[in-house]
Design a protein around this ligand. Sequence first.
Ligand SMILES: Nc1nc2c(ncn2[C@@H]2O[C@H](COP(=O)(O)OP(=O)(O)OP(=O)(O)O)[C@@H](O)[C@H]2O)c(=O)[nH]1
Ligand SMILES: [Mg+2]
Length: 615
Amino acid sequence: MSTLRTAALVGNPNSGKSALFNALTGARQKIANYPGVTVERKAGRLVLPSGEVVELIDLPGSYSLDPSSPDEEVTRSVVEGNFAGEAVPDVLVVVIDAANLEQHLVFAQELIGLGRPTVIALNMIDLAERDGLVIDPAALSDALGVPVVPTVAVRKRGLGVLLDQLETAGSQDMSARHQVARLTMPERRLAARNIAKGAIVSESSVHQLHAKLDKVLLHPWLGPVILFGLLFVIFQAVFAWATPFADALDAGISALIDLARAILPEGIIRDLVTEGILTGVGSVVVFLPQIVILFAFILAMEQSGYMARAAFIMDRLMAYVGLSGRSFIPLLSSFACAIPGIMATRSISDPKDRLTTILIAPMMTCSARLPVYAVIIAAFIPATSVGPGIGLQGLVMFALYIAGIVGAMVVALVLRRTATKGAASGFIMEMPRYQWPPLRDLAIGLWQRAWVFLRRAGTIIFMATIVLWLLLSFPKAEIGESQVDASFAGKIADGLHVVMEPIGFNREISLALIPAMAAREVAVSALATTYAVNAEDDDAAAEGLIPQLRAEWTLPTALAFLAWFVFAPQCLSTIAVARRETNGWKWPAFMLAYLFGLAYIFAGLTYWSAVALGL
Ligand SMILES: Nc1nc2c(ncn2[C@@H]2O[C@H](COP(=O)(O)OP(=O)(O)OP(=O)(O)O)[C@@H](O)[C@H]2O)c(=O)[nH]1
Ligand SMILES: [Mg+2]
């Protein structure tokens, strides 16, 4: 039982609670410029000027204490002290957006009305100033009866004063609070308008540029064209810009392998290090530059406010398949990884909308597929240009991403008429303001992404590679027999190959699919290790994965392999999260079955069409 005082950050979505949480506790919670980023309660610690340690809780944004979605339910239960194992927070830090004063004061009053020690963080004061708003915090404080501290969470401005107020919050005068508590919703709205009016000293309209920007970016047909154009550019960049860095990494790994060969005595250990660890893990690590480039774009789009516009543009498209734009943000998060994507569905209020979104999230191309796609594309798709500045490789990558999206939309359409039948719910999302992505946040975000990727390489991929190498290396082959044929892994692969052969998969692919259930990238490291073990001598092994793929695979097989990865639910953690979020095995089992079914069918169709076309 902790005896620390607790303070909870509450307020409307996108007011900067998590940014403030990070600034106060040194944590690295995800922040992004659209509502609904935080979906769970998160705790951290901060130290007051007196030396007292306080537990700070970051909460999902909410519009009222009357929850309309699972994430808002978390906020209410924490604030009201009903959250399992947790007492009522001692202090509420209500975070409001200075440039959206009127809207944010509605919920703020409801919170003040609870009659608990409360401090208001008047956040984003910098954006209010940029937009030509001058606000008088003292007037606001008088009207609300609680301390108001202007802050800029992302620049750590105003934090000292905020901490001082937290220190003394326990001795606040509560006498005026009961008046606020009795207000009805319409009365609160009216009061919010009046209080905001009274606190705004001056206002000039410099919104014009942003309004013009919205006219273009949200235009009925120009908007989608710009969005798809942008996605297109992103995938071109992923290939074009990454090459020099990837080549350098590749050269570094080859040098390491040569070094290991030179210093280690011939034997099992040397083989494990060169064929297993360095070849396997290295084959995935070379994709770091592409991952970083992809995320640089995603983070910039999130922070600038464009992502919410993209959701708005997609809303119409999503309505056709029975989903709302609300699903867009979780689906978009799934491009990084389906796990946070599925968790982000907590901000969807309609349960059937939410379930459908969970079920299709794994079809969004997560970043773990990037190495798989990239290695096959590099091996089989020529690096030619199909137009000014348009490379064929980037185009194929773009097509694979689109295939996932189209597949997901078709499945949603079918599900919404069958398993998760229901009408599409309306879309209400406030558009965040545009702003330049803070460079520091961008750098931190990229660093985190790169670290997640490298950590996977160092843990899951490392372990899977070692296990696979052992299974591939024993029992030892007789003279004249291939090592893979003789090995345990070879026997396992032979079994699975019977099922996979009709869709053009060879034995190495069949084998790689098994460890890839742990993480998709393992498919690449598994292939690299298998070919390295099978190579006749060190020189053949040193050639690298891509020449070996070219030598061993036909083009139809390579294309079928890509099609498989568009659909296959190749990652157990996703299934586990789906189980947690749907409270049972029914839906994850359904997800597993339909995704494997689609993967098999589409890989097969791709293979047979390619063979028929004589590719
Ligand atoms: N300019 C400026 N931007 C800010 C400030 N505080 C937060 N932001 C930005 O506002 C956006 C939203 O911040 P978050 O901390 O994710 O907001 P939140 O309240 O946690 O949002 P939810 O988790 O969705 O409820 C991010 O893009 C931040 O970089 C601020 O004081 N000034
Ligand atoms: Mg947040």
